[in-house]
Design a protein around this ligand. Sequence first.
Ligand code: FAD
Length: 474
Amino acid sequence: MTRAPSPALLDRLARLLGPKGFERDPDALSPWLTDWRGKYHGRTAAMLSPATADEVAEVVRLCADERVAIVPQGGNSGMVGGATPDASGDQLLLSTRRMNRIRAIDADARMAVVEAGVILENFHHAALAEGLRFPLTLGGKGSATIGGLVSTNAGGTQVLRHGTMRALVAGIEAVLPDGSLFDGLAPLKKDNRGYDLRQLLCGAEGTLGIVTAACLRLVPAAEARCTAWVGLESPERARLLLHRLDMAIGAPLEGFEIVPHGCLDAVLRHIPQTRAPLAASHPWYALIELTGTVADDLPARIEGELAAALESGLIDDVAIAQSDRESEDFWRLRDSISEAERAEGPAIQHDVSVPVDLMPRFIADNPHRLAAAFPGARALSFGHLGDGNVHHHVQPPAGSDGSAWLAAHGEAASRLVYTHVLELGGSISAEHGIGQMKRDIFAELDSPARLGALRAIKAGLDPAGLFNPAKLIG
Ligand code: FAD
């Protein structure tokens, strides 16, 4: 059992971290005690912001001595309430915001050592200044931190070519629940010393270690980029287009996202300075991005492929960005969907994956299953079709009291969605993690073998349950 921090412990932590690293003022704490979606509200006796890995280790040792729980937090942009402490006020919030140095960028090796609190967008800029690129991006890039991205094994819009965070992590430095510092930063291509601790910490959601830095792989900055916005009839047609482009163009194909008209419409209504790329409306859109060298001649290749797709009736219209600015405008439409959906009102969000080929079937069938069980309920799917991953939002019937409807039916509607996903061999969490939002349904629906193994790993590394209790499997 964990305990509340004693006044003596709080005093020692305040002395260790100094005024910049120790915060108790309720106004200053308040933004960090509610998650990005505004669903979870927590309390804490103090927010600790150590500036170095050694300070993190000392904080953990002091807390472990008194059995006080710690909730790690990066940019607080997570979608499953993973960085929000519980309502007891007994858990201490550990923010990585002051560990914000890029320790090194090695342009020859194409590696960077980056502290946990560095914001993704800042890292993008730093890599670009060296002629390099960190090929992972997502809508929350202005807040999400390297430590949070590692700990959620974040995905985003370039997974098709470069993989999730896991594939980009070459090394990790982290403090373990006993206060020891695990230095696994060396980017070893081969290392067979048993279980891979670095990979275990990716996606662990702060339950096994506090990541203090990561060694990350970089790729050359893109010389050329080509972005297209396509209007089409259905996700199945989008899947066929994806397959066609994959066969014809291969590696330069970096992103393939789908957006239903309802989502575009919400973005245009709620997000200032956005405009539709095509003159007419279409039921669905695909956002496609290619990157490569000038010699790859990307504009000619994509234009040729899309012209053939238009000719054959696979797609209905297309706009190709004529400048970087226009590419950014297309991406802004996609990246603003979460924000626009939030402004639309209450909904239940599901971040699910199934094998890529089955995704169109899931997108087509699930709204019917929902409407049969919950008359009037609406569902929309958008996102990473190329990865077999969509964000599937269920909205209350039009004109109903949304919050009351969700309170009465939300859990059962989610169970229906997840049961369908599991029937198709999929995952109830493609990229956002389990956190506190999906913890119970994960425990209810997933296989005893997976849950048993995860619990054994947690019990082995954190027997007192000090790191991020009641999240993931806690
Ligand atoms: P937080 O929200 O602070 O924490 C997330 C989890 O990681 C928590 O469990 C926390 O305890 C743990 N944690 C944080 N830092 C550490 C650390 N140093 N050590 C150990 N544990 C830690 N995610 C995607 O994967 N793909 C997307 O396309 C995507 N799009 C998004 C779009 C928008 C508009 C927003 C707001 C978010 C989006 N996200 C997406 C979700 C979010 O950005 C990611 O989950 C991100 O990885 C969270 O990073 P963070 O620093 O904000 O972490």
